[in-house]
Design a protein around this ligand. Structure first.
Ligand code: MF3
Ligand code: CO
Ligand code: CO
Length: 252
């Protein structure tokens, strides 16, 4: 069941989303060759706590850290580690979810470490554009899947990229993951019509190949990787459906 949020809940989720976005900005400022993802996790954890919030990933279904750090062929849910040291030419997605006064905000972005190839820059720019194009379609009365899934898939296909299918966006705010499941490709089954007060994420994970398949790490239980080893890139926003369109709650 999709929760329609009331004005008080919307204000709470907006505040948490703004903190998540500020935290993401801070985390991205730490990215440089030689830093480990564990160091980024440690500093970012402190930032969230110092702002009166809780990092939602920590202990979520057993997740051991406060943020997700996903490097190169890691699609999402990468676990920060002192062994993962960033180097020139890597790309990294940092995913931040905060709980502030009980409300959740969820946001992520991908950046290059130092100098990345022009090909990789294009992957990052096009993934960001896919998210922006989907958001531009949102409006009460429209179909969620036509606005988001179809828009993203159609935009990416000519580049030879593919949106991952096993994972998607989600309702968010009162809980970490709520209905609806937000497909990033055409999937008419179970589609819904957008209504004011809905809040969900759009978070396309985009593989730099036509192969959308992923693997789930069986030893750490979390890390998702591209099956063919290609790079994968992701951007995420938490979005409110308003009477006239949408508001990006995680936009600074
Ligand atoms: N923030 C992720 C999302 O966008 C979820 C991470 S779950 C975790 O849905 F446990 F890995 F943190
Ligand atoms: Co999310
Ligand atoms: Co997230």
């Amino acid at each position: 069941m999709v929760i329609i949020k009331n004005p008080e809940q919307i204000n709470g989720i907006r505040a948490s989303s703004q903190l998540a976005a500020q935290t993401l900005k801070y985390a991205l400022s730490l990215v440089r060759p030689g830093i480990s993802t564990e160091e980024i996790n440690k500093f970012t954890h402190k930032f969230i706590i110092n702002n009166g919030a809780i990092p939602a990933p920590l202990n979520y279904e057993g997740f051991p850290k406060s943020i997700c750090t996903s490097i190169n062929n890691v699609v999402c849910h990468g676990i920060p580690s002192p062994k993962d040291i960033l180097k020139n030419g890597d790309i990294i997605n940092i995913d931040i979810t905060t709980i502030l006064h009980g409300y959740y905000g969820d946001v992520s972005a991908t950046v290059g470490v130092d100098k990345i190839s022009s090909e990789t820059k294009l992957l990052i720019e096009r993934t960001r554009t896919a998210l922006t194009k989907a958001i531009a379609q949102l409006k009460p009365g429209r179909s969620l899947n036509k606005s988001v899934g179809v828009t993203i898939q159609n935009y990416l296909a000519p580049f030879g990229y593919s949106p991952v299918r096993e994972l998607g966006g989600h309702g968010v705010g009162i809980h970490f993951h709520e209905d609806p499941f937000v497909f990033h490709y055409r999937h008419p089954d179970g589609d819904i019509i957008l209504k004011p007060g809905m809040i969900f994420t759009i978070e396309p994970m985009v593989n730099a190949s036509p192969n959308w398949h992923v693997t789930f790490d069986r030893s750490d239980g979390w890390t998702v990787r591209t099956r063919d080893g290609s790079l994968s890139c992701q951007f995420e926003h938490t979005i409110l459906i308003t009477p006239t369109g949408s508001e990006i709650l995680t936009q600074l």
